[in-house]
Design a protein around this ligand. Structure first.
Ligand SMILES: Nc1ncnc2c1ncn2[C@@H]1O[C@H](COP(=O)(O)OP(=O)(O)OP(=O)(O)O)[C@@H](O)[C@H]1O
Length: 205
């Protein structure tokens, strides 16, 4: 379970979203909604522990979190199979039997990562989530570059594999993933004071 209590997150030292409270249970996905710049990426990175919250508490089982950003994190000189084997090695896991089929990568197994199209790269980036075995996923616009078929395929993996096996997910998306019963959290009411101003911090990759 993920518990978020009175959390405020910030960019460049300036609060972006304040006083967030929510719980996501095992088997559940929470969809974050809000316009560009509201702070979805900032919140996801904060939840994932990549930057500190400036207030509040975030709890979920230790070593179960994983963040997937806009970037695919693919090694271009390795093949699709080698990329996935690399992640399995890093996380000490085994590749699930149905992984290639689940992300429509069967015919691309031996292609170099660097030669994949944007959507194919994204499918490979998402397939990493099926390898690392983490239960608490923080997903930032996971369907960018995906066609309709691939969006459905990803939603199916999320629902029938990840959530069905007791995982959970917090997902920032402007696309309807068609996840049954996934609650939505609109972030606009949590926007921090509009007159707050501050400097820049490091750009997110
Ligand atoms: N490097 C930075 N330093 C300071 N502020 C930043 C930096 N990068 C982004 N911001 C600001 O922080 C706020 C939150 O940005 P964030 O990327 O979290 O929004 P978002 O909701 O994910 O946006 P989008 O839907 O466009 O991806 C925005 O107002 C943005 O301009």
């Amino acid at each position: 379970m993920l518990q978020v209590r009175d959390v405020t997150c910030a960019r460049g030292g300036v609060p972006v979203l304040s006083n967030l409270n929510f719980t996501v249970k095992a088997g559940q996905a929470l969809i974050l909604r809000g316009p560009n710049g509201i702070g979805k990426t900032t919140l996801l990175r904060t939840l994932a522990g990549l930057q500190p919250a400036i207030a509040g508490e975030i709890n979920y089982p230790e070593d179960e979190g994983a963040y997937a950003s806009h970037a695919d994190g693919i090694k271009s000189a390795l093949s699709v199979a080698e990329n996935l084997a690399f992640w399995a090695d890093v996380y000490g896991t085994a590749l699930p039997d149905d992984l290639y089929a689940a992300f429509d990568l069967t015919d691309l197994k031996h292609r170099l990562g660097g030669t994949l199209s944007a959507g194919q790269k994204r499918r490979l980036g998402l397939a990493r989530l099926g390898v690392i075995g983490r239960k608490v996923l923080f997903l930032d616009e996971p369907t960018v570059s995906l066609d309709g078929f691939s969006v459905k395929l990803f939603a199916k993996w999320l629902q029938q594999t990840h959530l069905a096996s007791g995982g959970l997910a917090v997902i920032a998306t402007h696309v309807d993933l068609g996840l049954d019963t996934a609650p939505t959290l609109a972030l606009e009411p949590f926007k921090s004071a509009p007159d707050a101003s501050g400097g820049s911090d490091e750009a997110f990759l």
